[in-house]
Design a binder for this molecule. Structure first.
Ligand code: HEM
Ligand SMILES: *[C@@H]1O[C@H](CO)[C@@H](O)[C@H](O)[C@H]1NC(C)=O
Ligand SMILES: *[C@@H]1O[C@H](CO)[C@@H](O)[C@H](O)[C@H]1NC(C)=O
Ligand SMILES: *[C@@H]1O[C@H](CO)[C@@H](O)[C@H](O)[C@H]1NC(C)=O
Ligand SMILES: *[C@@H]1O[C@H](CO)[C@@H](O)[C@H](O)[C@H]1NC(C)=O
Ligand SMILES: *[C@@H]1O[C@H](CO)[C@@H](O)[C@H](O)[C@H]1NC(C)=O
Ligand SMILES: *[C@@H]1O[C@H](CO)[C@@H](O)[C@H](O)[C@H]1NC(C)=O
Length: 329
């Protein structure tokens, strides 16, 4: 009697599952492609290594792509789609995001090794992990099983991605919208320990900041002079400088040491330490990361996993794109 009721409930549950009546929250896993693409990690690593050896900055560019993917419709490869509604044309991305050709190269290599099983969204997550490692940072077990989205969301890119001109309260709320907390805000901005920024993204701090008639007082005066000559009024807004002037290509905690010395490049960087709101929110976290590289690294890995978990498409949602730039026909 009891046994048969047990079997009946199992059958009922299986039926509900089969018809998707009970919503199973699919989780990403570390070994998702173990059977279907056993050489995946070697294939991606090889291509990311070639790209970074060819141009050191590419590691930073690939890491940023994963971030800009995840903040718009979740980590679904939507940032890679071409076309008139492309996220590539959104304000935070245009003339700024790079590495798309490298992603194509990685995807081709992956397809040759195991056709039609690995998503573009997962390739971005693995390439970001490998880029951090190749920049002298830590490695970690990246979680996989994302599928690719069917739409780009240009308005979503414009509204969800933080701007370098955003005050700290907007940055905190944009991260909050993605389910990320204060530790994530600070740790993830530590990605600015590598890579470059264009004059257009910080030159408003250099001459007549907020119509004060003077540079931003929270920028070190010798850094101000140096950047004034790189980025004169009406100069080339596409010229670049290092986000971490101390150890540009090395993934370390110097970004946070810079903030303590008023050497953040972007307004949004320095706000983590110097804004009024920082006193009660992010300043103490910046101090702790600047003092303790291990704490930064371990929180950064945790926050990368959190960011990589933003709204993934799993199960039978979305698709596995053949070409990362277009949805399958
Ligand atoms: C408040 C949050 C953030 C803002 C406002 C911001 C803004 C920016 C801006 C303006 C640039 C320079 C782009 C250009 O000059 O074209 C940049 C570069 C970069 N960002 Fe962020 N970012 C933020 C958070 C993050 C996060 C969370 C990551 C990754 C986890 C990240 C990774 C990078 C990297 C690696 C670069 C250098 C890219 C390269 O050299 O190609 N950023 N960011
Ligand atoms: C685009 O992104 C916004 C903001 O996250 C969201 O509200 C909207 O539903 C998205 N649109 C599409 C078509 O995915
Ligand atoms: C943020 O979330 C992490 C878990 O991902 C937790 O360990 C940490 O304490 C939280 N930080 C804050 C400031 O709430
Ligand atoms: C700064 O900009 C404001 C508004 O455009 C202007 O009135 C002021 O004269 C400028 N100050 C300097 C020193 O250029
Ligand atoms: C940067 O270069 C692009 C072309 O590569 C140009 O369209 C854009 O206007 C330039 N941006 C700035 C801020 O000078
Ligand atoms: C980087 O910072 C260290 C101290 O943390 C200092 O000794 C070194 O000179 C700095 N290097 C550059 C290029 O600023
Ligand atoms: C925040 O701290 C700075 C000094 O670090 C101080 O000048 C400022 O008044 C503080 N603001 C608030 C709102 O506590």
């Amino acid at each position: 009697m009891k046994g048969s009721r047990g079997i009946k409930s199992v059958i009922l549950l299986l039926t509900l599952l089969a018809f998707n009546i009970v919503d199973v929250k699919c989780q990403l896993t570390a070994n998702f492609y173990e059977k279907t693409c056993p050489n995946l990690f070697q294939v991606v690593w090889k291509q990311v290594r070639i790209a970074v050896m060819n141009e050191m900055r590419m590691g930073a560019s690939l890491l940023r792509l994963h971030f800009h993917d995840c903040f718009v419709n979740g980590c679904d490869g939507s940032v890679l789609l071409d076309g008139s509604g492309s996220e590539k044309l959104a304000l935070p991305n245009q003339n700024s995001l790079r590495g798309f050709d490298v992603v194509d190269t990685i995807k081709s290599a992956v397809e040759s090794s195991c056709n039609g099983v690995v998503s573009c969204a997962d390739i971005l997550a693995i390439a970001a992990r490998d880029s951090i490692k190749l920049s002298g940072g830590p490695s970690y077990g990246v979680l996989l099983g994302r599928r690719d989205g069917m739409v780009a969301n240009q308005t979503g890119a414009n509204s969800n991605l933080p701007s370098p001109f955003d005050p700290l309260d907007s940055v905190i709320s944009k991260f909050g919208d993605q389910g990320l907390n204060l530790s994530d805000v600070v740790a993830l901005q530590g990605a600015h320990t590598i890579g470059l920024a264009r004059c257009a993204t910080f030159s408003s701090r250099l001459f007549n900041f907020s119509n004060t008639g003077a540079p931003d007082s929270t920028m070190d005066t010798s850094l101000v002079s140096q950047l004034q000559s790189l980025c004169p009024v009406n100069g080339d807004g596409n010229k670049t400088t290092a986000l971490d002037q101390n150890s540009t290509d090395l993934f370390d905690n110097h970004y946070f040491k810079n903030l303590l010395n008023n050497k953040g490049i972007l307004l949004s960087d320095q706000e983590l330490y110097s804004s009024n709101l920082a006193n009660s929110t992010t300043k103490s976290i910046v101090e702790s990361y600047s003092n303790d590289q291990h704490l930064f690294i371990s929180n950064f890995i945790n926050s990368m996993i959190n960011m990589g978990n933003i709204n993934p498409l799993t199960g039978s949602s979305g698709q596995i794109r053949t070409n990362c730039r277009v949805i399958n026909s």
